[in-house]
Design a binder for this molecule. Sequence first.
Ligand SMILES: Cc1cc2nc3c(=O)[nH]c(=O)nc-3n(C[C@H](O)[C@H](O)[C@H](O)COP(=O)(O)OP(=O)(O)OC[C@H]3O[C@@H](n4cnc5c(N)ncnc54)[C@H](O)[C@@H]3O)c2cc1C
Ligand code: FES
Length: 372
Amino acid sequence: MITRAPAPGIREPREEAPRRGLARRLARATRALATPLLPDDYLALVNPLWSTRALRGRIVATRPVGHATTELTILPGVGWAGHRPGQHVGVGVEIGGRRHWRTYSVTSAPGDEHLTVSVTAVPDGSVSTALARTARPGDLLTLGPATGDFAPAAGERVLAISGGSGITPVLGHLAAGAGTATGADTVVVHSGRGERVHGADLRRLAADRPRLRVHEHDTTSGRLRPEDLDDLVPDWRERTVLVCGPTGMIDDFSAHVARAGVTCLVERFRPAEPVAEGTGGRVTFAVSGIVAEADAVTSLLRAGEDAGALLPSGCRMGICHTCVGRLRSGAVRDLQTGELHTAADSDGSTDSDAVVVQTCVSAAAGDCRIDL
Ligand SMILES: Cc1cc2nc3c(=O)[nH]c(=O)nc-3n(C[C@H](O)[C@H](O)[C@H](O)COP(=O)(O)OP(=O)(O)OC[C@H]3O[C@@H](n4cnc5c(N)ncnc54)[C@H](O)[C@@H]3O)c2cc1C
Ligand code: FES
């Protein structure tokens, strides 16, 4: 299911660090000696983390941090360029012989040798279940670069409102020092049913950090409401508000905060409800020749994957632009805005002319052909 490393087992960070320096030197030397195409292949054979072409990561530890959530500690390969607090990373997992990409917020501090992500298994979720339930030390993953902009401006006081696994980008800020004596003054309001995801970690941090206050809310006794903020965090209007959690929570709190004229940053793990119109159509993926029948609410990406096409993807919700392809004929509808894009918008005779669509947030609006 998940690619296993040739030699599974936890690697000690101290042992790996000099090897990574050695890998970089070897890469340079091998490049000088071998044909341009091959050095990376040799290095990847010796250690998959030394590949400079495909960024890989090896899981070195797993830790339960909620009843359905597992923290994965990952040693990234030599191409890892680091991250900023609040950013997320694409994780590629092989399941049934196909690589599936999903996005996970980085919870470790920038500059750490290892990066951590916490994955909550969602019902019927193929990738989250594999990562949260069956991943183990020694497994290899494919990684994308860190992206995203879920961060307050420097020096601002912060209120972070999170639900369930939505705590993860907030943890990224805490890992980077929020709430410490020199970090941003931070209040975290975190809710969930029963024991909260990363609840024990939050309580430990709150006990240690002078400028961090954590309020946990058990939704068994009812959901937290935006009106509760006045009692919980009386000065919330003087803070930048970060919200991440279930769709309903994000919509309710961000609308309330925006009405008060307060800066509100939102991180969504799932796309908003798609705009559906029409009946869909037949989608032809030009590179593989695969043809998919797609309805008006299924993204071109999902329809193509279900039909067996290997398609590029990252966030799967219109953020990262990894999934784009040129529309050669027909029409597609943007599932976020309802806007129609037709190949006739340009004559398509040159690449710069062609309409480029994000396959993860576009659906067929009649028969169409995509250059992927
Ligand atoms: C910017 C960003 C950051 C993210 N960070 C994290 C993170 O730190 N931790 C984490 O656990 N997840 C995170 N996610 C969500 C993650 O990328 C996957 O969407 C999630 O793990 C489900 O993938 P899956 O393959 O298991 O489910 P799929 O096979 O894609 O979907 C299975 C079913 O679950 C539903 N579903 C999909 N996503 C969710 C969800 N988030 N909650 C409930 N139901 C869902 C689908 O509608 C479908 O019915 C993030 C997503 C984004 C866009
Ligand atoms: S996969 Fe990120 S924009 Fe489509």
